[in-house]
Ligand binder design. Sequence first.
Ligand code: 6PG
Length: 234
Amino acid sequence: MTSAAEFHAFGTKETFETEAADWIEARLEDALSRRGKATLFCSGGSTPGPIYEALSGLNLDWEHVTIGLADERWVDETHEASNAALVRRTLLKDKAEAATFLPMKTEDNSAFGAEAALERTYGEAASVIDVLVLGMGEDGHTLSWFANAKGLGAATDPGNMLSVAAIDAPKSKVTGEITERMTLTYPVVGRARNILLLMSGDKKKSVFEAANPEHPVSLMRRAAGKALTVFYRS
Ligand SMILES: O=C(O)[C@H](O)[C@@H](O)[C@H](O)[C@H](O)COP(=O)(O)O
């Protein structure tokens, strides 16, 4: 049974983005005041960019914030599909430039076999994430948990001891040319303190609500539990 997530609907792109940045800021400030440090893990896609831009100018104690990725297409940062490049372009500038950034892409040609090396940096940082920002595709994928993907079983295994898992998704309009990815695993999502799922468009809302229990977004909801908040705009 997936728990009922907190669901906020917004009428305009502007309020959606402003409220999302405020939501993230409040939880990072709470983590910083309680523990003197905070972790923010970001998704790629087209939705979060303006929200990252808004965060970058905030007066947070960024020196004590570690920024990671929820997932990454297995490409170098020079590639237009790179999530690391998106985060560097939109978030790691202005005041937020002082934050520590942990990219996912390693020198390995394939994500498969790179998990153990990446675990050396991601294992500690992703042990308990303060704020995890997720999106969802119209196919119902979130993180890089794509239905029928190679590696999805390990990525969504509640008993996976690793924080990261390699994925090779079935090629689709959503994946584009880059089907090989790295993603955070189910236990990492399960330990995250605050998860914000950003969803735009009615199609995504109906996919989210109708997803069967074994669909990737339902698996995420099960892992996230009460830590999940959904921000939706039509
Ligand atoms: O690497 C990725 O593609 C993202 O992390 C992915 O999970 C994204 O969140 C969804 O595809 C939604 O993307 P939009 O924001 O474009 O709807």
